[in-house]
Design a protein. Structure first.
Length: 108
């Protein structure tokens, strides 16, 4: 498997020498949820695809899963849709208003 992929997270963390299988990136070094926590607001993915260099920038990604296999740590990232971002913002607004109004959302 060609290890030609590199991911740069929003805090500058670089995951290099990654393989790819479908939409799974494969790292021989350990990656955990902590590797990605708070670092997916901007993600740059660089690699070689069909013999061509490619570079894509994403905003607002999320970690879908990490699975440890014999050949390394397989992980999947995906970009959040505009609708998902809208819902996240709306939920945050609701929670803020509830806090400011001293309303317990757990009881409602």
């Amino acid at each position: 498997m060609e290890k030609s992929w590199k991911i740069t997270l929003s805090d500058g963390t670089k995951l290099e020498n990654l393989g790819m299988n479908g939409n799974n990136f494969i790292s021989e070094t350990e990656v955990t949820e902590e590797t990605f926590n708070g670092k997916l607001s901007k993600v740059i993915i660089e690699g070689t695809e069909d013999g061509k260099e490619t570079k894509q920038e994403f905003e607002h990604m999320e970690l879908v899963q990490i699975v440890q296999e014999e050949d390394g740590y397989h992980f999947v990232l995906r970009e959040l849709s505009a609708e998902e971002l809208k819902n996240i913002k709306m939920q945050g607004d609701i929670e803020y208003l509830a806090m400011m109004s001293d309303i317990d959302l757990e009881e409602v």
